[in-house]
Design a binder for this molecule. Structure first.
Ligand SMILES: [Zn+2]
Length: 391
């Protein structure tokens, strides 16, 4: 891209042009830069907004989700009127409004082992705004293989962390975490909750690190992990070393991307069970319910999610309590699992299949697709007692 700045851009970036260390040369570097943001969610929102405002010439965004009302508490790229739209579209519109000089490239897909290298190689820097371990390891390994810095951020409830991985000499995510946590041990934001402003803080730190890398400013977080505890409002940094035995950046035994769902023991976002016939479309479920089929619908979302809408007659067993509730399930009935997007229900289906259940299906696209496609009014939950009461 031509890095020369128009009069309108010179006016817009005036406070950068007068800033020691940035100036005209730094602003031109920003304009030439290409940054990929994986995930237009809590972390991706502030980072994309600030990188666009700062004049990063090209922003790529990878996402395949729709805006849900429950996103608005923290995902400031999207507004109330965007609910139900593709996150990519609302992100593009918002970013163009922030800065029309920025080129926004949309990648309407989940990042997978099949497409990651091809997408990521088009960019200088990758900013990790994902919420799951499988994609985090995927981004890390692809960054190491491609030699691109991985600007990392992660959040949980009131705590966050940030670093820069996979630089020429610094450690990578695997040096810090050689193994993923056991599946189900760390709840995601939907299950565990998150303070809405926290991704704003961490995503903004990621944007600062990306800008520092582009302009060549200051001291990067490479080799350090920043830990943020918002409740005590303490910021700590710990030193990180590259692990010579790290299979990604040390011994380099990882020479190609692997199956990260298998590595993490979790289904990827949007993963389908269709291969073994375990998925059911919302319209098909609605038809089976309408003709009175003898099936049990189990909603594995959290109580706060099921409080406003659910499938009439559904039983509520949050995913984290499914193991305890297994004994109370009728193995002779068809069990249909549902969650918000189809991800947790797929995980629940795997758990039940592993426990020997055979008649198990997961609703593809979850309640989001159910509301869109069936036209069946969803019932507000009135029965607040849960199958497993001891939690
Ligand atoms: Zn490493």
């Amino acid at each position: 891209m031509n890095s020369s700045l128009s009069p309108a851009e010179l006016r817009r970036y005036d406070r950068h042009l007068s800033l020691p260390g940035v100036g005209l040369a730094g602003q031109q570097r920003l304009k030439s830069a290409r940054v990929l943001i994986v995930g237009a969610g809590g972390l991706g929102s502030p980072s994309a907004l600030y990188l666009a405002a700062a004049g990063v010439g090209t922003l790529g965004i990878v996402d395949h989700d729709l805006v849900d009302a429950s996103n608005l508490q923290r995902q400031l790229l999207h507004g109330t009127r965007d609910v139900g739209r593709a996150k990519l579209e609302s992100a593009r519109d918002r970013l163009h409004d922030v800065n029309p000089h920025v080129v926004v490239e949309l990648h309407d897909t989940w990042l997978t082992s099949q497409n990651a290298l091809e997408i990521m190689r088009q960019y200088d820097i990758v900013l990790d705004g994902t919420d799951n371990f499988a994609t985090r390891y995927l981004i890390n390994d692809a960054c190491v293989l491609l030699g691109k810095p991985n600007v990392h951020g992660a959040i949980f409830r009131f705590d966050g962390q940030a670093s820069v991985f996979a630089t020429d000499t610094g450690p990578c995510y695997r040096c810090l975490y050689p193994e993923p946590p056991p599946p189900g041990m760390v709840p995601n934001c939907a299950e565990g909750g998150v303070l809405g402003v926290l991704p704003g803080l961490i995503g903004t730190i990621q944007a600062v690190e990306a800008i520092k890398l582009i302009v060549g400013l200051g001291e990067s977080l490479a080799g350090r992990l920043l830990l943020v505890d918002t409740l005590s409002m303490q910021f700590r940094t710990v030193q990180l070393e590259r692990d010579p035995d790290c299979p990604a950046c040390g011994t380099r035994t990882i020479t190609a991307l692997i199956d990260y769902d298998e590595f993490c023991g979790t289904p990827a976002p949007g993963a389908v069970l269709a291969d073994d016939g375990r998925e059911i479309a919302p319209t098909e479920l609605a038809a089976r319910l309408a003709r009175g089929d003898h099936l049990e619908v189990i909603d594995v979302r959290e109580p706060h999610e099921t409080a406003t809408s659910s499938i009439p007659g559904a039983r509520f067993i949050p995913l984290g309590t499914l193991g305890e509730a297994i004994g109370s399930l009728d193995r002779t009935r068809d069990i249909v699992l549902i969650c918000r997007s189809g991800k947790r229900s797929a995980d629940a289906a795997r758990q039940l299949l592993a426990a020997g259940f055979t008649r198990v299906e997961s609703v593809s696209g979850g309640m989001l697709r159910w509301s869109e496609e069936t036209g069946v009014p969803s019932a507000a939950r009135t029965n607040t007692s849960y199958t497993v009461d001891n939690r």
